[in-house]
Design a protein around this ligand. Sequence first.
Ligand SMILES: NC(=O)c1ccc[n+]([C@@H]2O[C@H](COP(=O)([O-])OP(=O)(O)OC[C@H]3O[C@@H](n4cnc5c(N)ncnc54)[C@H](O)[C@@H]3O)[C@@H](O)[C@H]2O)c1
Length: 307
Amino acid sequence: MKLLITGACGHIGSFIIDQVNKIKKIKEVLLIDNFNSHRYSTLFNLNKNRKFSFYNLDLSRFSLKKFKKVDYVIHCASMTNAQGSFSVKNEMFRNNISCMKNVLNYCIKNKSKLIHISSTSVYGKQVKIVNEDDQSLLKPQSPYAEIKLLEEKMLNKNKKKINFMTFRFGTIAGVSKGMRFHTAINKFCFNAALNEKIHIYKTAYKQYRPYLSLKDAFKVFKFCIDKNIFNNQVYNALSGNFTVKEIIQMIKKYKKKTSIKFVKTEIMNQLSYHVDNKKLNNLGLRLSSPIEKDIKDTIRLLSGLKY
Ligand SMILES: NC(=O)c1ccc[n+]([C@@H]2O[C@H](COP(=O)([O-])OP(=O)(O)OC[C@H]3O[C@@H](n4cnc5c(N)ncnc54)[C@H](O)[C@@H]3O)[C@@H](O)[C@H]2O)c1
């Protein structure tokens, strides 16, 4: 069977490329990216056990109409910096929504099953534990999160014409060839490794937010494709909810001299919300990959730096 990964050179896409041979039924993998993120090295030394082909194209401008049919699509192509999304709102809107429309039309036409990645940031700041099915809990706080909700709505509107799964991923932690460092854990590890102070929004220190190990993210993709579960629903996906304090304690185990600085300006990545994962558990998938291992691996990557 054939799988198409859009945004294949990114943090998540590059991890799927590395692991895809674990999904036995996938024999051929088509990769699309426009190198918006310049992560060319993600295409180095691809696993020879699978047939890969790469297409350097901008999905927001190039129609997938003439593309050959695939069985599954994992859609990762997006501009993704939530914190930076305020200053590039229009461009992010144009890029991400055009990519989504393109992928949606392609999947409808070819009956390809779609895995769509949304984000737990659609919940914004919350006091309660949040679940997928209470619409009143949706309070996106950035253009990035607003766009994610719009994508979800586009799918819902077309739900009679397409088979899909939407996963609201917690902030990703973990090492991949295309990893990026503008999300919370990875950024903190990077700061710690460079002996820089980690900036933390004061009131966020003891509040919870959801994180997802890259290994669990892959487990989600494998689960859907292996079991062929595409029920047009939305699921939260997280390895656990942790406070910033807990994350810093984990980092300190591997980088003892880590220091923090409390700041008054709110930092997007540190909005507080505690996410419920029962719906995914009830589907038969439990995620429990230890975030601490991802932190250890990330700090290790940079352990050659001596101060
Ligand atoms: N990383 C996280 O913490 C996280 C959390 C929740 C949800 N997500 C979502 O998961 C998906 C993948 O995230 P990621 O972390 O791998 O992001 P990323 O920024 O690392 O990768 C996105 C990739 O998409 C490509 N791209 C962007 N616009 C494109 C276009 N028009 N045509 C072709 N390629 C294009 C970029 O070049 C990049 O390689 C995104 O939808 C993101 O919003 C990520």
